[in-house]
Write a new protein. Structure first.
Length: 184
């Protein structure tokens, strides 16, 4: 009869090895998600130009947040999106729900594409009405991410509520800018 070590599981992997693998998988997921969110932030920043003559000429509602708020809020939101998304994907993978992890990752990819595209629609294409549609799609996508994350763990869903709120505010802001500037 072969000797077995009490710390070896049925498949020959010790609990310590399993934990190291789980941590390595979490790190890889966090790096991938962080890179995707970071790329979105960089693209959005490169496409955004609030100092352009066109943007400064737009009539804006009195309730628009001050310019300094935008980079502060977006930095916090991008960190939140990356953290919640990497934890949600990792949890699904660890629980053997790889289809759910892939589905969330695809939804995140769509969300990040919509996020980056909005800056191009508004600042580069100079299409306030079309950017309002894009912002609305982004807000719906953010709500979908919050719903999906909340199924994994309620706290994760709640952690994305500020993203949903901010993108909803952005949608209302775009609609109002389009209304105030019908010729632009």
């Amino acid at each position: 009869m072969a000797r077995t070590n009490a710390s070896t599981t049925l498949f020959g992997v010790s609990p310590g090895q399993a934990e190291r693998r789980r941590r390595a998988r979490r790190r890889r997921t966090a790096v991938r998600v962080g890179a995707a969110v970071g790329a979105c932030a960089v693209v959005g920043s490169l496409l955004t130009d609030p100092t352009s003559r066109w943007y400064r000429s737009l009539r804006k509602p009195s309730w628009q947040p001050p310019p300094a708020a935008f980079p502060l809020v977006w930095t916090a939101l991008y960190a939140d999106i990356a953290w919640v998304s990497s934890r949600t994907i990792s949890a699904a993978q660890e629980d053997g729900r790889s289809a759910e992890a892939r589905s969330y990752a695809r939804a995140l990819g769509v969300n990040l594409a919509l996020n980056a595209a909005w800056s191009g629609l508004f600042f580069r294409a100079r299409q306030p009405a079309l950017s309002a549609v894009g912002a609305g799609a982004l807000a719906l996508s953010a709500a979908d991410l919050a719903r999906r994350a909340g199924r994994s763990r309620a706290l994760r869903g709640w952690a994305l509520v500020p993203y949903v709120a901010w993108t909803t505010l952005a949608t209302a802001l775009c609609v109002e800018i389009a209304r105030l500037n019908p010729q632009k």
